[in-house]
Unconditional design. Structure first.
Length: 553
């Protein structure tokens, strides 16, 4: 009886102590578990192989070491209890305590140094915390004398979510020189245990493919991965993921995006798009699809986040003369991808080249005023114009203005800092038919002045507002925040230009007398986005202006 009483008293004391620790805010530490680590498919290149992995779960404690084990023998990595210390297994320690849950890590192994050619290897990622070491599932890769040559290259593309029905996309980047014999996807809620879906058995290089997953679980994350197979082996795209909609998608929206009319500048084309509505969540990717048919499939990712109502653009360089192109804008949020209408860009050469005249005036003290006039646009819109000048026997330089200009409307540029000598000057203009030049004139520059030989003067029209010309930057230009942008402009008028002004997003940055200026805009510290540039010119009565945009990323 006394033993029972003593036991009861001890129990009461323990309970009281436990209640005191809880009431005093003293927590009871939970035991850590081993971490969970996931290994990606190896990225095999010509000279090296990249092994990548991710810490899925740190087990509730700090990761103290992580990396990879690899071997030529699958059996050496099969028993996780015998991997450590196995002299036939190579270990690569990537790091210690500088990684957190959800973070990716990788290592590069070089062929001939770390790996042999034409050899199959097996590998596992590992991560260790205070509870012990954990391994990913086993993966394999094959080196070759030229890396992965022979196997296809496949890309896991975007997805479209419609409630609990999701369409996933993939594309064949390269067939490896052999016919594709099978292609499709893997998908599932666990990226280590995904179900295979064969979409087809034959597909051409460069083609896209898709598959619609139906009646998935609501509000659930699914992983998916494209694959393709030829006679040399199977290749896999990256593993991506999506979320199905809560409540079957009845209350979730994709973004709304519009494809705006591109600007065709012959040497390049500027694509434009605008996010009209971001939908129910932030934009996570946006850009364009372009191609030479009405179903453009070449993807250009412009950025990862953009605010609603913002215009975005992309400069497509070196279009093929005479080729017709098609473009559509796209934007994606967590509910899926939306597309703008497909817009046709005609590159067919029609009409004739423009015709021009050029004059030179005020050749004094190493400077001169160049005046050009488009006499005829050749039946199509002028997209670029300006001057070309060169010293005798020297290299020709260009002064470029972007945008359209009407026939018989003069344009001019003040050229300073000229060393003494004889110069040749031409005006030029670009339309769909090509680049046209005026007949050249010559001017002689000396420290006291100069003589000019010009064609008969062209009388400019009267009673018109000044014409604003922009030599730099190009309309729609995309720059990186921190760059300094040169804004150079000049203006011409039938009477006289009294003053010019520069406005950025409605704020005046410059006002000057005369018909030209240079301004250096430092973009350090400004917010990313699309900025509206407005340049004005005043002749004492009428105001002319030129408005364009610049995008700062």
């Amino acid at each position: 009886m006394r033993r029972l009483c003593r036991a009861g008293i001890a129990t009461l004391v323990c309970c009281a102590f436990l209640l005191w620790t809880l009431s005093a805010g003293v927590g009871v530490a939970l035991a850590a578990k081993k971490p969970v680590v996931y290994a990606y498919s190896a990225d095999v290149r010509d000279d090296y192989v990249i092994l990548g992995a991710e810490i899925d779960d740190d087990g509730g404690d700090e990761i103290i070491e992580y990396g990879f084990y690899y071997s030529e023998d699958e059996d050496d990595l099969d028993d996780v209890d015998k991997i450590k210390g196995n002299r036939y297994v190579e270990k690569v320690r990537v790091g210690y305590d500088d990684i957190v849950e959800g973070e990716y890590f990788s290592v590069r192994l070089y062929i001939d140094d770390d790996l042999d050619e034409d050899t199959t290897y097996y590998f596992r990622a590992y991560a260790e915390n205070s509870a012990g070491i954990a391994f990913s599932s086993m993966r394999e890769f094959e080196t070759g004398s030229g890396g992965r040559k022979g196997k296809p290259e496949v890309i896991t593309e975007d997805y479209d979510v419609d409630g609990v029905n999701v369409t996933i996309y993939g594309s064949i980047e390269d067939d490896g020189g052999y016919d594709i014999t099978e292609y499709g996807f893997y998908y599932g809620e666990d990226k280590n245990d995904m179900e295979k879906i064969r979409v087809g058995r034959s597909i051409d290089e460069g083609d896209e493919f898709e598959y619609e997953l139906e009646d998935l679980e609501e509000d659930t994350r699914y992983y998916y991965q494209a694959y393709a197979k030829n006679s040399r082996g199977t290749s896999y795209g990256d593993i991506e993921y999506f979320y199905t909609d809560e409540d079957g998608g009845r209350y979730r929206d994709k973004p709304e995006v519009t494809t705006r009319t591109p600007i065709d500048l012959r040497d390049y084309i500027i694509f434009y798009g605008i996010v009209d509505d971001e939908g129910d969540s932030d934009i996570i990717e946006y850009g364009f699809y372009w191609g030479t048919n009405s179903n453009p499939s070449n993807k250009v990712k412009v950025g990862s986040y953009i605010a609603e109502g913002r215009v975005f653009s992309y400069e497509f360089d070196n279009p093929i003369p005479g080729q017709t192109y098609y473009v559509k804008a796209y934007a994606r949020n967590s509910s899926g991808t939306s597309y703008g209408d497909t817009v046709r860009i005609g590159q067919a050469q029609t009409g004739s080249k423009a015709s021009l005249n050029v004059q030179v005036s005020n050749v004094v003290g190493g400077s001169a005023t160049l005046i050009g006039t488009v006499l005829s646009n050749g039946g199509s819109t002028i997209t670029e114009y300006g001057f070309a000048y060169a010293p005798s026997g020297g290299t020709e330089k260009q002064i470029r203005f972007f945008g359209s200009i009407s026939p018989n409307m003069p344009f001019q540029y003040y050229l300073g800092g000229l060393p003494p000598g004889t110069y040749t000057v031409k005006a030029y203009a670009v339309n769909r038919a090509g680049t046209a030049y005026s007949l050249p004139v010559t001017m002689t520059v000396s420290t006291s002045g100069g003589s000019v030989v010009t064609p008969p003067p062209v009388t400019p029209p009267s009673g018109q507002a000044p014409v604003v010309l922009v030599s730099t930057p190009a309309p729609g230009m995309v720059i990186t925040r921190g760059q300094t942008v040169e804004i150079a402009s000049s203006s011409t008028d039938d009477v006289k230009v009294e003053a010019m002004g520069l406005y950025i997003n409605g704020v005046q940055r410059l006002r000057c007398t005369g018909s030209s200026f240079q301004y250096w805009w430092n973009t350090a510290g400004i917010a990313p986005g699309t900025y509206t540039i407005r340049i004005t010119s005043w002749d004492g009565l009428l105001v002319g202006d030129r408005v364009f945009t610049i995008t700062v990323n």
